[in-house]
Design a protein. Structure first.
Length: 319
């Protein structure tokens, strides 16, 4: 939940930055602007850059303050915690996805401000690690939690996925995305998995899916007629989890035990890269690239060892 709070508040910096900085009037230019604003001689747009920096700083300070006041209320000496066997590693994939999303979002904002590509990439990666590392340090001083080396490794992996592609290829051939379908499990442990729908969206790993989205035109030798916006996604989720590493005993109204089998779920689905539908270098492309960390509903094929193969017409089944 904490990392998703970070993701939501970091996304808020996008709204602050765009809302507080001047945006050029939208029109159709004779030709698409260059992907690198600095290459056209335009240089850094000071107003936009100030808005991006200020928005990011405000959201970092605000989220840190709120987490410290609401989530981390009982402080203890710094300690570590091994949670590598919990939640079928869904939390680790979530950490990587959040770090990637923050890196990508901040990068697009800095590029929109005219910051050179490599500088924008490195700065955005550092910001993502700052956001995520702050949570880990808080965890290390929190009762019932602890600094997780696994979480930190996942944070580094998500940031490295973004940086490696941006520095190495100059584009994001693959991205990480988040999806959600409401599951049946919060009713059995609402205090852990969430009572409200919003809380379940944040806390119920059974309902979450994480997707590795591959842009086909970027990795395959296709012709000019092939749709540049078409992606193929590989998804991962878990089901049957009412506890971290094991499920506690549960009983129905009739006193009979309720047993759930914990399974990993794997998905294959088409997807759309909305940012590639907008002109290169445009504000629309920046906004779409910065915010498209949500998996769009599309048909998907699932396999898990409990149910075998399953076909979902629009989104994964709510089990």
């Amino acid at each position: 939940m904490k990392r998703l709070i970070r993701l939501v508040t970091a996304a808020g910096s996008l709204a602050l930055a765009v809302g507080g900085a001047p945006i050029a009037a939208q029109g159709l230019p004779p030709a698409p602007p260059p992907a690198d604003p600095s290459a056209s001689g335009a240089g850094i747009n000071t107003g936009r850059l100030v808005g991006v920096v200020a928005g990011t700083a405000v959201m970092y300070a605000l989220s840190t303050y709120l987490l410290g006041k609401t989530w981390y209320t009982r402080r203890v000496p710094f300690h570590t915690f091994d949670d590598s066997r919990e939640w079928l590693q869904m939390d680790k994939v979530g950490h990587a996805t959040t770090a990637y999303a923050i890196s990508r979002g901040e990068y697009e904002l800095f590029r929109w401000s005219g910051v050179p590509d490599h500088t924008a990439a490195l700065t955005s990666g550092a910001i993502a690690l700052l956001f995520q590392s702050t949570i880990e340090v808080f965890d290390g001083h929190s009762e019932g939690w602890g600094f997780s080396k696994g979480d930190m490794a996942a944070n580094l992996a998500g940031t490295a996925l973004f940086l490696g592609q941006q520095v190495g290829f100059g584009e994001q051939k693959v991205s990480l995305r988040y999806g959600y379908t409401r599951s049946i499990y919060p009713q059995y442990r609402p205090e852990l998995l969430g009572r409200s729908r919003i809380a379940q969206w944040l806390k119920d790993y059974n309902g979450q899916q994480y997707w590795l989205s591959v842009n086909l035109a970027s990795v395959l030798p296709v012709g000019p007629a092939f749709p540049r916006w078409l992606n193929l996604d590989l998804g991962y989720s878990g089901s049957g989890m009412t506890g971290g590493s094991t499920n506690p005993p549960l009983y129905g109204a009739d006193g009979q035990p309720i047993v759930f089998r914990r399974v990993r779920q794997f998905y294959l689905a088409p997807d759309v890269d909305l940012a590639r539908l907008a002109p290169a270098g445009s504000t629309g492309r920046m906004l779409l690239g910065a915010t498209q960390f949500i998996k769009l509903p599309t048909p998907s094929l699932e396999f898990n060892p409990r149910d075998g193969w399953r076909w979902h017409p629009l989104r994964p089944a709510a089990d």
